[in-house]
Design a protein around this ligand. Sequence first.
Ligand code: SAH
Length: 212
Amino acid sequence: MNPDSRKIRLIMHLRSGGVHDTRVLAAIERIPREVFAPESMRDQAYENATIPIGCHQTMSAPLVVGTMTQALQVDERTKVLEVGTGSGYQAAVLSRLCRRVYTIERYRELLEIAEQRFAELAFTNITAKVGDGTLGWREQAPFERIIVTAAATDVPPVLAEQLSIGGVMVVPVDDGAGEPRLLKVVRTEQGLDIDDMGEIRFVPLIADTGPE
Ligand code: SAH
């Protein structure tokens, strides 16, 4: 199958999986996912599958990226924080839809490769750093949107504090009781409104002072 037909097949798959936002679909169609995959995995870039990226981590499957991006409801004025840069693919998709993306990764090795890709593609509205994303990015807070791309055990409290009023956070939560759930959290004047968006699988979010 040629690359264009693979891409079309993937977009159809995303649509049937519930991703209908045309801006999100267009961003996914335009961004070369193969650029974010290791050389040896590039021919699988348009399958709806996770791809190993080293450091025991994976880039999320396109349907997960589409679902989370759609749930985040961003526009060209939005400032977003991403926790878990990984390959950089999710940040790249967001960067086409928002004003600015701040992204944090705990592995320096992964972050450096992701930054090279942002530079190659001239995606200049992404600011990335190495660190523990559960602590958020205090200097840049508050954020209108926060996306966590690794499974937390609960809604990370510091991240909720760094969300602006009316802001939205999308976070996979695995409390160990069953399947991990994708939660959509809206910060209101009174507290947090939490909506369960269904089951989802993710590598764990690890709060610490640095990679082992
Ligand atoms: N958004 C990524 C998905 C990568 S998988 C992509 O599009 O490729 C999740 C990433 O979260 C991994 O790279 C992992 O190292 C990172 N991660 C886990 N816990 C973290 C933490 N506390 N702070 C920052 N990054 C973290």
